[in-house]
Write a protein that binds this ligand. Structure first.
Ligand code: JFZ
Length: 438
């Protein structure tokens, strides 16, 4: 009797440990969405929340050890009187960006959308009472701009959130006894269901915060990813976990680094998985959320070059804006978006719909490719001579992209050497090659 019980128990535990939820394979719509996403190449990231009022980034609750109780009074003072979703979408469109990724709920746990899952949200807890995510969704759908949602896995506000490495470091907040993973997991899935039901077609859910829990913690991602794909099969899932791609993720995220590079210290251990699209997100200054003293902005030229480099490395570029508490984009951001837009208007043909070209990224620049067109983007070159390691005999013509004036070349089986009329200056000198065979 005892033996058979033990056996049963053994079988049961084995079954349980194997009873992992299987990830649903990507649907045809999802695979199509990945291609369309890659064609867009450029998006705007928006970090906006009640933290914006404090003017010191989205981590201020953690950094200043602000108690939940104290922080929870912020929403009652949040009234972004100048917020206008149409103006945002116009600025985004004018920059040449094709999609926008907005923080629906960041680590501070405050929902910037109307949710029934918690009263701690913009509609119920602020005097503004407006669902800015709904207004943005309507404006995006009207203007043909794709909408993505950032969604934080970790939460510094909810008592049921299992204490992670950050919540454990700020003492005033949590008490171990109130944590309840099941309740928290249900809450997240309820919110994701709302986000994917009430706001029209969503291009992607962009998760963040996984890293708050040390190895071994089970976030139950497969069931969550399946839920998303069930609600909207075309919606892509990405996770900023800085780890190798996991099952069910449709694109790979890189923070402050181009795929394969590691200058930020965030990207160690992340290898580029070519079977899915890549995206690099970056700040315009040094902050994601509005920072009132951070004027350390990258120049428009630098941002354009990063966008070009990302495209050459087959990745999308997601450039961040941290709107002010009044609901408007900082003027430095507006200026840069305009400059990028002007450049994209002239040169977008060499970026949109392209993939990384046959010549991998070099010090002098990158190549992008669409059909039999190979665009050579020269961003830094001393002199006028540039040798490309491609079959020169396969090149039908070489012209300057702007003006279409012919470029002299020297051809061999192993290379094509461009003899440029003048030394390239400026942000990006583009040579358009037409290939005979792709
Ligand atoms: C995360 C967020 O924490 C940040 O606020 C912002 O939203 C950015 C886009 O994404 O950044 C990270 C991600 C990982 C770590 C730190 C910041 N990490 O591993 O310590």
């Amino acid at each position: 009797m005892k033996k058979s019980l033990l056996l049963l128990l053994l079988i049961a535990t084995n079954v349980c440990s194997y009873a992992q939820v299987a990830v649903t394979p990507p649907s045809a719509e999802n695979l199509q969405a990945r291609k369309e996403y890659q064609d867009m190449k450029f998006g705007i990231f928006i970090h906006w929340g009640v933290y914006s009022m404090l003017g010191d980034g989205e981590w201020i609750m953690f950094q200043k050890n602000i108690s939940r109780e104290e922080y929870s009074h912020l929403p009652a003072g949040f009234y972004p009187s100048k917020f206008n979703a149409d103006e945002w979408v116009k600025a985004i469109k004018d920059s040449g960006a094709k999609y926008v990724t907005i923080t629906s709920r960041h680590h501070d746990g405050f929902s910037m959308f109307g949710t029934k899952a918690s009263p701690y949200n913009i509609v119920d807890a602020t005097p503004f009472h407006r669902d800015i995510i709904k207004e943005l969704a309507d404006a995006c759908h009207k203007e043909g701009v794709k909408l993505h949602f950032y969604y934080s896995h970790m939460d510094w506000y909810r008592p049921d959130y299992p204490l992670g490495s950050t919540s454990l470091r700020f003492k005033p907040h949590h008490d171990e006894s109130t944590t309840d993973w099941k309740s928290y997991y249900r809450f997240m899935n309820d919110q994701l269901t709302e986000l994917l039901t009430n706001y029209g077609p969503i291009g992607a859910i962009w998760f963040d915060g996984y890293w708050d829990h040390p190895k071994g913690f089970d976030w139950q991602l497969p069931a969550q990813y399946n839920l998303i794909h069930r609600l909207q099969p075309a919606c892509m899932v990405g996770d900023n976990h800085h780890q190798p791609l996991k099952d069910g993720e449709d694109f790979q995220l890189f923070e402050q680094d181009l795929p394969g590079e590691d200058t930020s210290g965030f990207s160690q251990g992340q290898t580029v998985e070519r079977k899915v699209p890549q995206e690099t997100c970056m700040t315009m200054n040094r902050s994601w959320g509005y920072n009132i003293t951070d004027k350390d902005y990258k120049s428009a030229d630098e941002l354009i070059q990063t966008l070009v480099r990302a495209a050459g490395m087959n990745a999308n570029f997601l450039l961040n804006v941290g709107p002010r508490p009044d609901g408007q984009f900082p003027k430095e951001a507006v200026e840069r978006l305009k400059a990028i837009g002007a450049w994209m208007k002239q040169n977008g043909e060499t970026i949109y719909g392209t993939r990384g070209g046959i010549v991998p990224a070099q010090d002098w620049g990158v190549t992008t490719q669409k059909g039999n067109k190979l665009y050579v983007h020269i961003t830094r070159l001393n002199g006028t001579c540039l040798a490309l390691p491609i079959d020169g005999n396969n090149v039908k013509s070489a012209v300057m992209f702007i003006g279409k004036t012919p470029v002299k070349t020297v051809k061999s089986k192993e290379s094509l050497t461009l003899l440029l009329p003048t030394k390239p200056t400026g942000v990006d000198t583009i040579v358009e090659l037409t290939l005979k065979k792709v």
